[in-house]
Write a protein that binds this ligand. Structure first.
Ligand code: HEM
Length: 227
């Protein structure tokens, strides 16, 4: 039970820090600086939050696998969509983790890779965040009680503002800016349709691909009935 609480807590904390990391990345690339907040500080916070996300995810994945309540193997944390527990939604978590690993590794090797290659990979940060968001909403136990939904929507609002600031940058081609703005709008509409008919609707655990053995056990015990 303690492990399950840790999985949930670290998942929520990782989403918040991932949001902060993405926002600080945008602030950094926009070269925002003031006397109170110098650029090196923004850069340092961006790195620190990104590394903290990795630490939290190590605990998130470790506690998931060690818990043993759901049939989730270590390999399922890295190889997307191959598992038996909510394969799509857990698979998105694995995909987000893989993207994050690519971002961290290429950042550590930035001097060797060169700025162009590093930057090309770093665009993946914008894909990693929504993939992680949908994973949390599709897999998390705390969506229906409500607080995770509100936390996720709050993070979404922060990311929309950050991306908006990034897109307002005239240095980026208008074609790219228009495409990105359309993608964000489509994502928000998709989320607004999916959430009420998916994770917030009744019977999501079964629809999401929870194995029947767990659904049966869940009916028998109330301790974990909101899983
Ligand atoms: C960037 C990567 C990831 C982020 C940001 C993330 C975040 C989250 C969040 C926010 C939740 C909802 C927690 C709650 O209900 O309170 C969650 C749930 C969960 N995550 Fe992740 N996750 C990531 C990757 C992974 C990976 C790779 C695994 C594979 C082991 C995993 C396994 C789980 C499981 C099993 C749950 C459901 C826990 C429950 O029963 O509530 N996550 N995750």
């Amino acid at each position: 039970m303690a492990l399950w609480y840790l999985t949930r807590g670290t998942g929520a904390a990782a989403l918040v820090l991932l949001t902060l990391s993405l926002t600080l990345g945008v602030v950094n690339v926009q070269r925002y600086a003031s006397r109170l907040v110098p650029r090196f500080a923004v850069d340092g916070w961006h790195r620190t939050t990104s590394l903290l996300v990795c630490v939290l995810l190590a605990v998130h994945v470790g506690t998931t696998v060690l818990d043993g309540y759901a049939p989730i193997r270590l390999v399922d944390a890295f190889v997307p969509f191959g598992g038996t527990y909510r394969p799509v939604w857990l698979g998105l978590g694995a995909l987000a983790l893989d993207l994050l690993i690519a971002l961290i590794v290429t950042s550590l090797l930035r001097a060797r890779l060169g700025l162009r290659a590093w930057r090309a990979v770093h665009w993946l940060a914008y894909a990693c965040w929504p993939v992680a968001l949908v994973h949390g909403l599709g897999t998390g136990s705390d969506v229906r009680p409500g607080w995770l939904t509100w936390l996720s929507l709050g993070c979404t609002a922060v990311v929309i503002v950050a991306v908006g600031v990034r897109l307002a940058d005239r240095g980026t081609a208008i074609r790219v800016r228009a495409g990105a703005a359309a993608t964000v709008a489509a994502g928000v509409i998709a989320l607004a349709i999916w959430l009420p008919s998916g994770p917030l609707a009744g019977g999501w655990a079964a629809k999401a691909g929870t194995p029947p053995s767990i659904l049966g056990a869940k009916a028998a015990t109330t301790a974990r009935s909101h899983r």
